[in-house]
Design a binder for this molecule. Structure first.
Ligand code: NAD
Length: 431
């Protein structure tokens, strides 16, 4: 029995890619099983060996009493029999899926695959990727055949970085397998650590599709809110007040306008679009939602410049403070930050922008976006853009904003964090 051998630690589990998804999963598995955690980044592996999460999500205590061995050597995969791949699946500059990390991970697993092994992919992909792109690499590199020699599956991850409540074990897990037996074994392995339950999808493609549409649906709902906020802005109607009123109906869905950054919601729809387009289909709704959300930084920058000019100010002589650059609240992840796009739009209007964020690393921000963060918030700002809903920013009040701004100030409250109406001549603009 495969699961028995895993539980008795006669066989090991490997997790390939120890980022936001892979590390918490590997540590959870290491409570019950013997785990090999592989990451190509030696510096990240060195940190994990010292009990430090390079993604700043987990405390040192999460590493205690776990049967896990961290490595950057792919040949160590030879000693494992159940492999889980959780490497990044980004898009390139043209918004086309970049499968390089995934295919290279499949190659590493393939070279070390043995008869009787299982390989489960967790990375978010388009429907068909596991069987059409990853499987051929596994077979070619191992010389083994699916079904006869080894089995595969797909189990999407739903982890929500920064969320201390919905940890990996408390999120219902969708699993799928290349045949009935694979499905049962994969469900048993995850079932040993996930307390929220297991959902067995009928096929690998169904599980892949389910994941990609979860985030696409969110993208579209937010795009609708953003479109509404642009319409209401032209009529000087407060979108948040409208949403609160509409939300009193039992079936009105609670979404808010905002910047859609990060590596999931703003990226995953491109995977679905890529596959659909390849098949000759031209999705209108998904494309339109993406365009709306990607256009928000330019819209917000333009609105601020209009407001400054209306106040008789020359934007090129204005100083604007931006609070927050991470892709969401209370995390350090700055990948695909739409706040960075907003800052660049403002810089194109020659606005002098000061950026600060208690969670973001100044080095990473400089490396990723060429932006320098300020050491200390100064005074006399013409406007403040509260862009990310970090706990530290939620505590600020209008009195504080007035104290760091000059006459006739504007507060752009992109996350509707602060109560209205404004006091003491502060103008508050919300999406
Ligand atoms: N972060 C999330 O909130 C989230 C949620 C659900 C699903 N996902 C999906 O999970 C996957 C992983 O995302 P993430 O946020 O954990 O990524 P990440 O960038 O945080 O981590 C990925 C890790 O994989 C390593 N890596 C890259 N290529 C490798 C290779 N060939 N072999 C071994 N290691 C390699 C990197 O060094 C990095 O440490 C993606 O497909 C993502 O879309 C992410």
């Amino acid at each position: 029995m495969f699961i028995k051998a895993l539980k008795e630690k006669k066989k090991k589990i490997s997790v390939i890619g120890l980022g936001y998804v892979g590390l918490p999963l590997a540590l959870e598995l290491a409570k019950k099983f013997s785990v090999i955690g592989l990451d190509i980044s030696e510096s990240r592996v060195e940190q994990m060996k010292k009990g430090v999460d390079p993604s700043n999500e987990l405390e040192a205590s999460a590493f205690l009493d776990k049967d896990i061995e961290f490595t950057s050597k792919t040949k160590d995969l030879k000693r494992a029999h159940f492999h889980i791949v959780a490497v990044p699946t980004p898009v390139d500059d043209h918004k086309v899926p970049n499968l390089r990390p995934l295919l290279s991970a499949a190659e590493s697993v393939g070279k070390n695959l043995k008869k009787g092994d299982y390989v489960v992919f967790e990375s978010t992909v388009y429907p068909g990727c596991t069987e059409e792109d990853c499987l051929p690499i596994l077979e070619e590199k191992s010389g083994l055949k699916l079904g006869k020699d080894f089995k595969i599956g797909y189990s999407p991850e739903r982890i929500n970085p920064g969320d201390k409540e919905h940890t990996v074990d408390k999120i219902l897990k969708v699993v799928s397998g290349s045949d009935e037996e694979a499905l049962e074994v994969i469900a048993e392995v995850y079932g040993a650590i996930i307390t929220a339950g297991i959902y067995k999808a009928t096929t690998i493609k169904v599980a892949e599709s389910a994941k990609v549409i979860e985030n696409t649906q969110r993208d579209l709902n937010i795009a609708f809110m953003n479109e509404l906020s642009m319409i209401f802005d032209t009529m000087d109607i407060d979108t948040n007040a409208v949403l609160e009123a509409a939300g009193t109906k039992w079936n009105f869905l609670p979404f808010s306008p905002g910047l859609v950054g990060g590596h999931c919601i703003g990226v995953d729809p491109y995977y679905l679009l890529h596959k659909a387009t390849k098949l000759g289909f031209s999705p209108q709704v998904i494309t339109s939602g993406r365009a709306t959300n990607d256009g928000m930084p330019a819209f917000i920058a333009k609105r601020l410049v209009q407001m400054l000019i209306k106040k008789g100010k020359n934007p090129s002589q204005c100083k604007v403070l931006v609070l927050g650059i991470t892709f969401k609240e209370n995390v350090s992840d700055i990948r695909n930050s739409k706040v960075a796009d907003l800052i660049k739009e403002l810089m194109n209007f020659s606005v002098n922008v000061h950026l600060t964020d208690p969670h973001a690393s100044p080095n990473e921000v400089a490396h990723e976006y060429g932006l320098t963060m300020i050491d200390e918030i100064s005074k006399n700002y013409d406007a403040v853009i509260a862009a990310v809903c970090h706990e530290q920013y939620k505590k600020l009040d209008q009195g504080y904003f007035k104290s760091i701004m000059n006459g006739d100030p504007i507060l752009m409250d992109l996350k509707a964090m602060y109560p209205t109406p404004p006091e003491n001549g502060l103008e508050i603009w919300r999406l």
